[in-house]
Design a protein around this ligand. Structure first.
Ligand SMILES: [Zn+2]
Length: 190
């Protein structure tokens, strides 16, 4: 868990700046970018995150990692193999939006309810430099929208449905328990 200490925390200017696009012409052979990608994946894993953006480890470049699996922080997370997205951008978003709870490794101890597009199409380069396009829905789409925000200096606390939808981690867990008791299986949709 020592990597956790390397994650930029709320208040650090790097989280509020707009990140720069990376040069993708020689991505597969770019040692610095490959190392950055490896580090993003390693920190995501070590910190039990479902995604991480390069500014969160102090590098203001447009690179994100997504790697979702059920874990202690997100027991209902879907399985999404570890993937790096270089210069990701949304090319399509559904008109339908939904609200759900989010947290962030850069804003520890806080959960908030946020609106996100239900379905998105994200275009990006993979770590070999190949153009990719992927449609994602639900929680996976939420992860990508959250990480893309990081590249523009936006944090989930900027997008709260209302200030009242901001809970401490302990109160959030309590809420989830109550919801699970009321309606088993619906804990992730309070
Ligand atoms: Zn975050």
């Amino acid at each position: 868990m020592q990597n956790f200490l390397k994650i930029a925390q709320l208040g650090q200017p790097v989280l509020r700046q707009c990140s720069s696009a990376v040069a993708v012409e020689n991505l597969a052979g770019d040692r610095a970018l490959q190392a950055l990608g490896d580090q993003l994946l390693a920190v995501t894993r070590a910190a039990d995150g479902v995604g991480l953006a390069a500014p969160q480890i102090g590098v203001p470049l447009r690179v994100i990692a997504i790697a979702s699996r059920p874990n202690a922080r997100y027991p209902h997370a879907p399985l999404l193999p570890p993937t790096l997205l270089f210069n990701p951008r949304l090319v399509k978003t559904s008109r339908d939006r939904e609200q759900d709870w989010e947290g962030c490794l850069s804003v520890p101890g806080i959960r908030g309810r946020v609106w996100r597009h239900q379905t998105i199409t994200v275009a990006y380069r993979d770590r070999h430099g190949c153009p990719q396009q992927r449609e994602l829905t639900g929680f996976a789409a939420r992860i990508v929208q959250h990480e893309l925000d990081h590249l523009d200096g936006i944090l989930f606390v900027d997008r709260l449905v209302s200030e009242r939808d901001c809970f401490t981690e302990a109160e959030y867990q309590q809420l989830q328990k109550q919801a699970a008791a009321r309606e088993p299986g619906a804990a992730s949709r309070v």
